[in-house]
Design a protein around this ligand. Structure first.
Ligand SMILES: [Fe+2]
Ligand SMILES: [Fe+2]
Length: 164
């Protein structure tokens, strides 16, 4: 089988994101006042991991495949947009979350948390089943290597310099 370094790098990111997605879901399913900090922590980790991941996909991987498979790419774009929207809603709620929270705040946190979790998890599954499997078949090893290099350049360019 042809090695697929760019696809594999994206899959490895997905596994790291899923570690926190699983924990986030666990906390949300047993949500209590004492676990709001844990929700926040896993949410922040997922954001920290997914920002450079999205930048690599949208800057390098998706543009390479867009003209070949416009239908799948339109679906991926739509899912990225939906993920960002659910992320924004959850972020807004958490940034003004009352302490102590009322019952309705907890219900809203549960609802938006699950929505965010499901958006990210569904996208990961669809991306791997539809886009990455297809890319694995269509792209040569050399192309995959080049894409990986360009994806690394994107991360290097977007990561902020160390504070002095
Ligand atoms: Fe991805
Ligand atoms: Fe994606």
């Amino acid at each position: 089988m042809t090695p697929t370094p760019a696809s594999d790098s994206l899959r490895a990111d997905h596994r790291r994101i899923e570690t926190h997605l699983d924990r986030l879901l666990e906390v949300l399913l047993n949500l209590s006042h004492g676990c709001v900090g844990e929700v926040r922590q896993h949410f922040e980790e997922i954001r920290r991991l997914s920002a450079p991941h999205f930048a690599q996909e949208e800057g390098v991987f998706y543009p390479r495949l867009r003209s070949l498979e416009p239908g799948i790419l339109a679906h991926m774009d739509q899912q990225h947009e939906h993920t960002r929207l659910t992320e924004r809603y959850l972020d807004e709620l958490l940034s003004s979350f009352p302490d102590p929270p009322a019952e309705r705040d907890m219900i809203e946190l549960h609802r938006l948390g699950i929505e965010f979790h499901d958006a990210v998890q569904t996208h990961i599954v669809d991306e791997e089943d539809q886009l990455l499997q297809w890319a694995d078949r269509e792209l040569s090893n050399e192309e995959q290597e080049q894409l990986l290099q360009r994806m690394r350049d994107v991360v290097a360019a977007t990561s902020s310099p160390a504070p002095r």
